[in-house]
Ligand binder design. Structure first.
Ligand SMILES: [Zn+2]
Length: 104
């Protein structure tokens, strides 16, 4: 089974579906943007973290997510939810934005 890691900006809810899992685990070390105070929590299938190969499998995926977060800095970290999919990173953006309230 291939490992999937989601990165969700702290203080926001996941926009898309989290990786398939009975239980999710948030890793201890979030991804921190090097240019501002934004951080992203890394969420994985709890069972996957029990694998003895987890650190080895997770490292390249975390590198991909870190790049995505750093690139997101230029657009104000508007993408609040990323997920690895093999060697690429998917970005989730809300499909249905609530209607904007016009000021009176
Ligand atoms: Zn930033």
């Amino acid at each position: 089974m291939s490992l999937t890691i989601a990165a969700v900006r702290s203080g926001t809810d996941p926009v898309g579906k989290l990786p398939d899992a009975a239980f999710h685990r948030t890793l201890e070390d979030p991804i921190l943007c090097s240019k501002c105070s934004v951080s992203y929590n890394l969420i994985v299938d709890y069972d996957a973290t029990l694998s003895r190969f987890f650190d080895q499998d997770a490292r390249p995926l975390i590198t991909l997510l870190r790049k995505a977060v750093f690139m997101g800095h230029t657009t104000d970290h508007r993408v609040t939810h990323f997920e690895t999919s093999g060697v690429v990173v998917k970005s989730f953006t809300p499909n249905h934005l609530p209607p904007t309230q016009k000021p009176q």
